[in-house]
Design a protein around this ligand. Sequence first.
Ligand SMILES: Nc1nc2c(c(=O)[nH]1)N[C@H]1C(S)=C(S)[C@@H](COP(=O)(O)OP(=O)(O)OC[C@H]3O[C@@H](n4cnc5c(=O)[nH]c(N)nc54)[C@H](O)[C@@H]3O)O[C@H]1N2
Ligand SMILES: Nc1nc2c(c(=O)[nH]1)N[C@H]1C(S)=C(S)[C@@H](COP(=O)(O)OP(=O)(O)OC[C@H]3O[C@@H](n4cnc5c(=O)[nH]c(N)nc54)[C@H](O)[C@@H]3O)O[C@H]1N2
Ligand SMILES: [Mo]
Length: 705
Amino acid sequence: MRIKGDPEHPMTQGYICQKAARLNHYQHHAERLQTPLKRQSDGTFSPISWDQALTEIAKQLKSIRAQHGGDAFAFVGGGGQGNHLGGAYGQQLRHAMGSRFAYSALAQEKTQDFWVNGRLFGDQRCHTTEDVEHADYVLFIGCNPYQSHGIPNARDTLKHIKNDPARTMVVIDPRRTETAKMADIHLQVKPGTDAYLMTALLAILVQEGLHNVEFLKTHCTGFESLEPILRAVPVADYVARCDLDEAHVREVARGFAGAKRGCVRIDLGIQQTLHTRLNAYLEKLLYLVTGHFGKIGGNNLHAFLIPLISHSDERPSAKRKVKLTAHHRMFPISGLYPPNILPDEIEHPGEDRLRAVWVDSCNPVMTYADSTAYARAFGKLDLLVVVDVTLSETARLAHYVLPAASQFEKWEATGFNLEFPTNFFHLRRPILSPMGDSLPEPEIYTRLLEKMGEIPSHFPILENIARFEPNATAHNLYLAALIGRLKLKSDWVRYAPSILYRTLGPHLPEGAAAGAVLLPLCIDYVSKHEKAVRRVGFTGNRFTLAANLFNAILTRHSGTLISQHEMQDVWSFIRNKDGKIHLAIDTLIDEMGHLNDEPSPANEDAPFILMAGERRAYNANQIYRDPAWRKVDKEGALRMHPEDASQLSVADGENVRVTSKRGAITVSVEIDDSVRRGMVTLPHGYGGLYQNQQHGPAINRKTVH
Ligand SMILES: Nc1nc2c(c(=O)[nH]1)N[C@H]1C(S)=C(S)[C@@H](COP(=O)(O)OP(=O)(O)OC[C@H]3O[C@@H](n4cnc5c(=O)[nH]c(N)nc54)[C@H](O)[C@@H]3O)O[C@H]1N2
Ligand SMILES: Nc1nc2c(c(=O)[nH]1)N[C@H]1C(S)=C(S)[C@@H](COP(=O)(O)OP(=O)(O)OC[C@H]3O[C@@H](n4cnc5c(=O)[nH]c(N)nc54)[C@H](O)[C@@H]3O)O[C@H]1N2
Ligand SMILES: [Mo]
């Protein structure tokens, strides 16, 4: 009937973002999938039963595995925005196939960041977070939290900073965004030049002696490799590249260094542009060189319950086997391969090409770069299966489409719990029954593994024990039996989620079977963060503490705090043996020192820089299908500065053609003086088909490569 925030939620206290408030449009519309579909030879889809679908798919997967080996298979996606619980179940299929190829959008936007974390902190899972809420000096670089909500309770948090004269908000963005309008200082940087700007900021810090010598000495190694390069940076030249005023840049460097509690928040504006890997390094150096790390209001490492990524160091060593892709010879970062190479890996002429792709919770044909290449490559696969709630553009190309229950219709959770020092978890319960024959992912993958013969349909010992141990706070006997079974049958370790789901799951309260996979994660969490878990009120001995945490997650329907760390715990999260942050990343220091040798990108043929993927009031990646939810900006207009528009004699609302090296699309213009001159912006998440009509620009079809 209506969606409201939950005041009982321990983190949000009832704050919700504009997308959440309209979630009904995502799950309640005319194009929800209701049954499994099989593509016929004439290209149309026929509804089939789950049994037929999974039997046929299992047979084909096994035959591909037998003939070509597991690496002919890739798993793509596996958890989007807010639906990460299914991911744990989905990855089992990749293990069953014996494939190492996991592709996801994370490897399009964030793996350079994870890679740098690996070098600095010793493990790619050392993920950093920012305590904007308590900072008195915040640098927002290439992000617009007012619209995208990348920080908790974004609009309230921004308002507090704005209204407090003692706190300073700096926004570095080529557009005067909704966030920039609330800022004390807006550096309207030229798009793509952030590496110059951040290097200049660091150079000013070092050249003016504003760096935190004590912090660098106590907590870091390698500053001596960085320092001479920064001392030599010609600040004025670098700032000129960014088309900014040097005095403003110096003011920001000094303000940030002098702040008591400073932090940096970044996102796509520096992650999907030029120099992305160097950018990841530089933004981290900003808070490390000033010592705004490991304290309230600073940047920190944090604990997490669901491990969304793994650690995969690409450097060859005796212990490590790195699986390179067949065509691009690309290594994984955090266990993930980058989507941009996927079409080539499928179209690769060798015997070792990809032949089967499984897509879950993502829509590569729309969201990964170069839609045309995706559509062409997917057409060459022996098997394409898509698990989705709707007949997405990717699903339209699939051999089989499997209908997932929506996030209102199943137990779900996000793994984006990236808070420090206090962290939370929210297992959301279903409030509606699955539409039609749709099923939650845990059920889909478990049935498929059974069909493939990877796991039996019954585990008598475990089922019996689970039945006789109904008290959810004490799973000791069950766990002992599970560990015993897995020791005897080590092949099953990789299927632990489905085994827990089938055996313990049915005995969990309110049908929360899908939550069974959280039990081992709680045990792991408690073993790593026992004191922090106790600090938020959990009790119990070595065995029951984790069960109590698990039980609270299952039963506290508004979510629960799971841990509260002390600030100094941050240092124990660092994985380098010496406990220090290793600042010297030679390749990046070299790149930083040579930025000035790079020619400015030539733009004679293309006078405009396109930002292809802005977050706005009415986009939500490719998740909302029915355009009826958009009250304004229905067409996803191209934003253009008034002087640029008048030079081109274009009026507001008029159609223009946007042409890039790749091709062209027609879009309508919105004249808007918040964009820089010479820059135009298009929104992400439009261009999808609904009732066979395209709504707004499909940006990855023509404009991006
Ligand atoms: N409303 C809405 N919210 C969303 C999403 C959505 O689709 N809609 N998607 C979610 C997802 S998956 C993500 S990853 C986040 C992304 O969240 P954000 O990164 O905050 O959002 P964007 O609008 O993509 O980009 C941020 C800013 O980068 C600026 N920018 C562009 N080029 C440059 C540049 O060269 N330098 C600098 N410094 N800035 C630049 C843009 O003007 C923009 O204001 O949002 C999440 N939240
Ligand atoms: N040009 C350009 N391209 C971009 C971006 C950009 O800014 N510009 N942004 C990039 C970024 S940051 C991201 S994160 C990606 C996002 O792109 P993707 O990773 O492809 O994710 P979504 O667009 O969120 O697509 C989610 C799909 O999951 C389906 N879905 C929703 N709920 C469920 C569920 O419970 N189960 C299942 N099985 N499916 C479900 C939806 O129907 C939808 O088809 O796009 C990237 N692509
Ligand atoms: Mo994203």
